[in-house]
Design a protein around this ligand. Structure first.
Ligand code: DAH
Length: 345
């Protein structure tokens, strides 16, 4: 019996020595897993010995069990130790990989600048505020009623076709101009009124001088005894503040459904001083806005008495002002966000 036990202990010791040798050669957790299968797995010496204890004579059972378990525990303990070692190595590696080098130079955030359209809107707003105007804003998704109907432009009016409207439904659209805010404002407030309304407007158009979205500033002045001289003085003054004191202005008769009489205003060309050049197509003048005395029909829609109040209105195209002020000849440049263009302003 002693001989059998000795033989087994020798074999277990030999197995353990082999295990230690193999263990030394493992370099990662995966290899360690393989080692565990070899020495403690189903087919390993340790496991098969323990499994077969039942078939041994009774007096051998406890000694074999005890010795085998001693080696099983020794192997398991060595494996555990090594697992811990490899795990800490991997953790170190991960930490090193995720380490932030605080000494590296930072990335400088690129500073943007205000779009030139915004700059010009703000400049014009300042001019009007200086003259006692208030700023009002209205919705870009608008009712047909405000965009056309109440501006004296009924369903079958030919002026509608000039607007190339984006319709959302039969009676909802993207506003084609800032003029609807005239009606909205007069519905809500009584004269005296002096407001400007900056904002985006939309038309189905796209070429060098048209984009589907562009910007306008609407103006409205209503009070007792307002006449065309007030209109003329106000717009002349503003034009000279925008383009310079030497600019001359002129008014040409025009037609708008919601003003009567109506006019377009030109400023003398800055490039040729009115002599005629390429920029002004040889005419010496550049058109910058539409204006007129508010049509009495519009007052009827908002419940004002046309015998009591008179007023004037105007609409300025902002992109056009920018193009003239800075000599830009393609309208689309404003919206394409080319950094080389934007950086100039
Ligand atoms: N709403 C006109 C347009 O977009 C511009 C305009 C003309 C506005 C005359 C006015 C005005 O207020 O009186 O073409």
């Amino acid at each position: 019996m002693d001989k059998d036990v000795n033989k087994l202990v020798n074999r277990l010791e030999e197995e353990f020595q082999n295990f230690k040798k193999d263990l030394k050669e493992t370099t990662n957790l995966k290899e360690l897993e393989k080692l565990k299968v070899n020495y403690l797995g189903k087919k390993s010496l340790i496991t098969t010995t323990l499994k077969n204890i039942g078939s041994l004579p009774n007096d051998l059972k406890p000694v074999v069990g005890k010795n085998t378990n001693i080696y099983r525990k020794k192997i398991q303990a060595s494996l555990d130790q090594k697992v811990e070692f490899f795990e800490s190595l991997e953790f170190d590696k991960k930490l090193r990989k995720e380490k932030i080098d605080l000494s590296l130079p930072g990335k400088k955030p690129e500073l943007g600048s205000k779009n030139i359209i915004t700059q010009v809107i703000e400049e014009i707003e300042e001019i009007f505020i200086g003259m006692g105007f208030k700023i009002a804003e209205g919705p870009e998704v608008e009712l047909d009623y405000y965009n056309f109907e109440a501006l004296n432009t009924p369903e079958d009016h030919p002026a509608r076709s000039l607007h190339d409207t984006f319709f959302i439904s039969d009676d909802v659209l993207l506003r084609t101009h800032t003029s609807p805010m005239q009606v909205r404002y007069m519905e809500k407030y009584q004269p005296p009124i002096n407001i400007i309304v900056p904002g985006k407007v939309y038309r189905r158009d796209y070429d060098v001088s048209h984009t589907p979205m562009f910007t306008q500033i609407e103006g409205l002045v209503v009070d007792k005894d307002i006449n065309f001289k007030h209109l003329k003085w106000t717009l002349e003054t503003v034009a000279r503040k925008i383009f310079g004191r030497d600019r001359r202005v002129r008014f040409r008769p025009h037609y708008f459904p919601f003003t009567e009489p109506s006019a377009e205003m030109d400023v003398s060309c800055k490039i040729c001083d009115g002599k005629g050049c390429r920029v002004c197509s040889g005419s010496g003048w550049l058109e910058i806005l539409g204006a007129g005395m508010v049509d009495p029909n519009v007052y009827k829609f908002v419940g004002y008495d046309p015998d009591e109040f008179t007023g004037f209105a105007f609409g300025i195209g902002i992109e056009r002002i920018c193009m003239l002020k800075y000599g830009i000849n393609d309208l689309r440049a404003f919206f394409e966000n080319d950094m080389r263009f934007i950086r100039q302003f």
